[in-house]
Design a protein around this ligand. Structure first.
Ligand code: ATP
Ligand code: SF4
Ligand code: MG
Length: 394
């Protein structure tokens, strides 16, 4: 215990050094961002595959905190193809929300910064943006018109002092300034009907506290979909709801996604939700993608020991077990990640190679990739994740 305390202790001198470094580096990054915001060559880009809506290409998002640099997302690569649902799973703190906030440019700046990589967003009209450098004015247009977000807790996402109708109207009006008040109300009622609210006229005049949790989440979905977005980010959309409502909400989301030809980035730690909805699955661990593939590949042939552990820890209907499997140990300290496989200290399948550096990404099929030495001889080695050396940012 004393040893542990000693290792995380930061002296006053060190603390001042960290603060000074953070101030200098964030100032420099903010000024570089301001310059990039002015140059369309830096904030527009070309999609690697025009069939993708989003491409995360070696994205590194770090937080410059008082205790050091937290590498919350460190070299993340994955795509969201058009009209598909991509499930992002992983345990608490692995960087799922920070990945989606980086895409929305909603990080707590200046301490949170995307310091490396490219996030390419396909607007669908032949333009693609590198979100990392996109100016605020364009981001404001993209958020809501092209990308929408549904949050975990519907009560906190809605304003308690305004009626439901006014809150949905506001979004419709913002995105369709040419509409008259009657047209806006008609559109709102249409949206309420679309999300399965039977008493739409009544609900239009109600306050959020007068609705149940499931109805509130439906309203949030109506607000998110009011502008027919290309991409819907749903961060734990059903965690606050009971299972039957959860199923209805997920079905509704899937249904609307098909109607609007959108894609969904579904963030959850519920493997059951992913199995039911996702076309592709991305498994994250300690800020990195450790395995990704189609839902079929991940569920029928999980390869990374962490994914295998996740599958084993899931209860199966009709199978009696004395105790559910749990993955031993915990995630390493995000401020000082080891230079070997982040899962090694918890891994029950270590081999000799695991003593070396962090494993490369290995391609097992056209869609299935895993970062684990156990598959080194089986697949094609694609490359090592690229972390950013923060000292070099100055
Ligand atoms: N504003 C912030 N300042 C400092 N560190 C942060 C900040 N936001 C997130 N982090 C850190 O980034 C890491 C990733 O957090 P994130 O919220 O993405 O996790 P998550 O995978 O969404 O977890 P959960 O499933 O609990 O929502 C965590 O270690 C967290 O402590
Ligand atoms: S690389 Fe080695 S330590 Fe890491 S998950 Fe694979 S087998 Fe385990
Ligand atoms: Mg989260």
């Amino acid at each position: 215990m004393a040893e542990k305390k000693k290792s995380s202790y930061i002296s006053g001198k060190e603390s001042r050094k960290i603060t000074r470094f953070n101030r200098r580096v964030t100032k420099k990054l903010e000024s570089e961002r301001a310059d990039a915001n002015k140059d369309p060559k830096l904030y527009t880009t070309v999609m690697k595959n025009p069939q993708n809506v989003v491409e995360f290409d070696n994205v590194c998002t770090y937080f410059f905190t008082d205790v050091g640099v937290v590498k919350a997302v460190d070299g993340v690569n994955f795509d969201v193809p058009r009209n598909s649902t991509v499930g992002i799973v992983g345990e608490s703190g692995c960087g799922k929300s920070v990945t989606s906030l980086s895409l929305m440019q909603l990080l707590a700046r200046p301490s949170g910064q995307t310091v490396g990589g490219e996030i390419r967003f396909n607007k669908g009209d032949g333009t693609a943006y590198n979100i990392v450098n996109t100016p605020n004015a364009i981001m404001e247009h993209l958020r809501g018109n092209n990308i929408s977000m549904i949050f975990q807790e519907p009560m906190t996402a809605l304003n308690p002092v305004f009626r439901i109708g006014a809150q949905v109207d506001e979004v419709t009006k913002l995105h369709n300034p040419e509409m008259t008040d009657e047209q806006v109300k008609a559109r709102t009622l249409e949206m309420l009907e679309l999300v399965g609210i039977a008493n739409k006229e009544g609900v239009y005049n109600m306050y959020p506290h007068e609705l149940s949790g499931g109805m509130r989440q439906r309203i949030c979905i109506a607000i998110a979909l009011a502008c027919s977005p290309t991409l819907i980010i749903a961060d734990e959309p059903t965690t606050a709801l009971d299972v039957t409502i959860q199923a209805q909400i997920l079905e509704l989301l899937q249904d609307l996604k098909d109607k609007l030809n959108s894609s969904i980035m579904l963030i959850t730690h519920d493997l059951g939700v992913v199995a039911g909805m996702a076309d592709y699955v991305v498994v994250m661990y300690a800020g990195r993608v450790i395995e990704k593939g189609t839902a079929e590949e991940i569920f029928h042939r999980p390869c990374h020991p962490y994914t295998i552990g996740l599958m084993k820890s899931k209860p199966v209907v009709g199978q009696k077990v004395k105790k559910l499997y749990n993955i031993p140990g915990s995630v390493p300290n995000p401020v000082s990640m080891p230079d070997y496989c982040y899962f090694r200290d918890r891994c029950e399948m270590c081999c000799e190679q695991c003593q070396g550096e962090y494993p490369p990404e290995i391609k097992l099929s056209a869609t299935h990739f895993v970062s684990c030495y156990r598959y080194y001889d089986e697949g094609t080695v694609m490359g090592y994740p690229k972390s950013v050396n923060v000292e070099e940012l100055l």
